[in-house]
Design a protein around this ligand. Structure first.
Ligand code: SF4
Length: 236
């Protein structure tokens, strides 16, 4: 975050209109606000260029983002997806942006890696939907079971969970992820999000997807697998 004589600004790489490509709201038209900077380094990250802030980074004020949202939505209420990177790294900025979006009657949709529950609590009152990833060691170098549990306890009435699965995801990881979610609430939607191949990871085989889904469904019967639709549609 940066403070200038025109107020606080956050690093944002792009603001655009597209269809949501993942999770339970797939297909919904949303304005995406992509924050730069992340506390993790996942192998399947398809926005790796947004993990680190560079000297050329552009910064947006709350007013600047609101103006872009109004232009893209034609001034009508729309769902605004805060994505990244990890948007919660800018929780202070979000305490200004989110109320402004609610004033426009927008639905606010937070895409998060689910590892920063204390920062989530600072913005929770203005968030309508939480799309929370479960991060596992086979792709993200560590497990975050305690953080995810604390996050879901704070967000369970608004959250759905995505476990991104790759050719390296293990049955034990799928089972544990589902167990952690179920221990908080058995009604939280659980999606096994099939990763598209990128530099450091490969799409899992159909057999692997089947096995991982079965492992999750033993804990959460409504768990289901889904491809990244925006890759299929070839949209952002
Ligand atoms: S948490 Fe998200 S943005 Fe951060 S490295 Fe992982 S996939 Fe990329």
């Amino acid at each position: 975050m940066r403070t200038t004589n025109t107020g606080i600004k956050a690093p944002v790489s792009e603001i655009f209109l597209s269809h949501q490509g993942e999770g339970v709201f797939v297909g919904e038209l949303q304005v995406f606000v992509r924050f730069v900077g992340c506390n993790l380094r996942c192998d399947y990250c398809d926005t790796a260029e947004n993990q680190v802030i560079t000297e050329q980074q552009q910064y947006f004020s709350v007013d600047g983002i609101i103006a872009r949202v109004k232009k893209l939505s034609g001034g009508k209420p729309i769902t605004v997806s805060l994505t990244g990177g990890e948007p919660l790294l800018y929780a202070g900025f979000l305490t200004k942006l989110l109320p402004a979006l609610k004033k426009m009657k927008c639905k606010t949709y937070l895409e998060t890696n689910g590892t920063l529950p204390e920062l989530y609590k600072k913005v929770a009152r203005w968030v309508d939907v939480v799309s929370m990833d479960v991060k596992v060691a086979s792709a993200c170098k560590a497990n975050y079971w305690a953080e995810h549990r604390a996050f879901l306890l704070a967000a369970k009435s608004k959250a759905f969970v995505k476990l991104v699965i790759t050719d390296k995801t293990t049955v034990a990881e799928s089972a544990k992820a589902a167990a952690v979610v179920r221990a908080v609430s058995s009604t939280i939607p659980f999606v096994l999000q099939i990763a598209s191949s990128v530099k450091h990871c490969k799409t899992p085989s159909p057999e692997t997807v089947f096995t991982l889904t079965q492992a999750a469904r033993k804990r959460i019967p409504h768990a289901f697998a889904c491809p990244q639709m925006h890759k299929i549609w070839e949209v952002r």
